[in-house]
Design a protein around this ligand. Structure first.
Ligand code: ADP
Ligand code: MG
Length: 341
């Protein structure tokens, strides 16, 4: 075959492979967009595990009518404009790939209205074809409708599991983001039935209720609240007492600047802090938020953005370990409380 340039739609479909693996990945990207837009309330409507349809509605800043079609273009973003912005990303998104990718593997409708606009408008995308912009009556905010995921990419479609499994992944994701952003209200509806309704948490008490709603009241009852600051690092959240250990690592949530992170350095610091108080094979439970200057952490490591790289990883490791170790030491009977080495 001679060398030829791929058509843009095919390029997008290939790129979609990196971000859109299953219905939950679509929900993740759309929810992150809603959070980046400053939404106070987000509603997630899912039909048939998301395979048939996913609709995310928010009350965020909206998109100006004349920018609606541009939002669906690959590499179009309002979140960074230069390399220096990339050095200190404060938003969840920044690649400008999600909407273009999703639009290439599903039927997508993007509707939005800014608070200043008298009405909303919408555009539809299907198989790389964009419909013309139409007015749409709606409150300020954004509504993204994604139907028939992978209808045009049968190879992908084969990897989609049952409705139940796919919905489970979506629910997990909503739980994670609900923990990340307690001040935002979330409602999750599956096949017309409300599955989760999480009110906006504004104070310590309601934040604790949010943690209980997502992780179970038993965790909250057995958890220690901790808060610590040191040299520009702030750690806040709940860690389970050793008496509430798990056989699986299923209640472990670590957020860096509101982004869920799975990181070996963090996992190691936590494991070390629990080392003397947990039996072998048991896993700790925690919901922790680390706040750090965005310039001191690189989030541009992985397309799904679950890995991060700290500029000073030793400092972060030490801070986590010592904060957790101290909190856990205080739970022990005084007699066997040993000083950290
Ligand atoms: P990214 O989030 O990386 O910028 P996306 O493809 O997810 O890329 O979105 C493209 C752009 O569309 C965003 O930068 C933002 O300006 C706009 N956008 C997407 N979703 C929303 C939303 N829910 N509310 C407001 N603006 C949005
Ligand atoms: Mg995005």
């Amino acid at each position: 075959m001679p060398i030829c340039k791929l058509p843009p739609h095919l390029v997008n479909q290939i790129a979609a492979g990196e971000v859109v693996e299953r219905p939950a990945s679509v929900v993740k990207e759309l929810l992150e967009n809603s959070l980046d837009a400053g939404a106070g309330r987000i509603r997630i409507d899912v039909d048939e595990g998301g395979i048939r349809r996913m609709r995310i509605s928010d009350d965020g800043c909206g998109i100006a009518a004349e920018q609606l079609a541009l939002a669906l273009d690959p590499h179009a973003t309002s979140k960074i404009a230069s390399l220096s912005d990339l050095e200190a990303v404060a938003t969840l998104g920044f690649r400008g790939e999600a909407l273009a990718s999703i639009a290439s593997v599903a039927r997508l409708t993007l509707a939005s209205r800014t608070p200043e606009a008298a009405e909303g408008s919408e555009v539809r995308a299907e198989n790389g074809q964009l419909s013309s912009r139409q007015p749409r009556g709606m409150p300020p905010g954004t509504i993204v409708d994604v139907e028939d995921l992978f209808f045009n990419t049968p190879a992908r479609r084969k990897f989609v599991r049952t409705e139940r499994t796919e919905f489970g992944h979506i629910d997990d994701l909503v739980r994670r983001l609900a923990l990340a952003r307690p001040a935002t209200a979330f409602e999750l509806v599956h096949n017309g039935r409300a599955v989760r309704r999480l009110v906006a948490a504004t104070d310590e008490r309601s934040r604790q209720r949010r943690v209980g709603d997502v992780c179970g009241q038993a965790f909250v009852d057995q958890a220690l609240y901790l808060e610590n600051r040191h040299e520009g690092l702030a750690l806040e959240g709940y860690i389970a007492r050793p008496s509430f250990s798990r056989s699986q690592a299923d209640l472990q949530f670590f957020f860096v600047n509101g982004r869920l992170v799975r990181d070996r350095l963090i996992a190691h610091a936590v494991r070390q802090a629990y080392q003397d108080v947990l039996f072998h094979g048991r896993h700790p439970a925690f919901v922790l938020h680390l706040t750090i200057d965005p310039a001191r952490v690189d989030v541009n490591v992985h397309p799904q953005k679950t890995e991060v790289r700290f500029r000073d990883s030793r400092q972060v490791h030490g801070f986590l370990f010592s904060t957790l170790h101290r909190a856990l030491a205080e739970t022990r009977p005084t007699a066997d409380r040993s000083a950290p080495a």
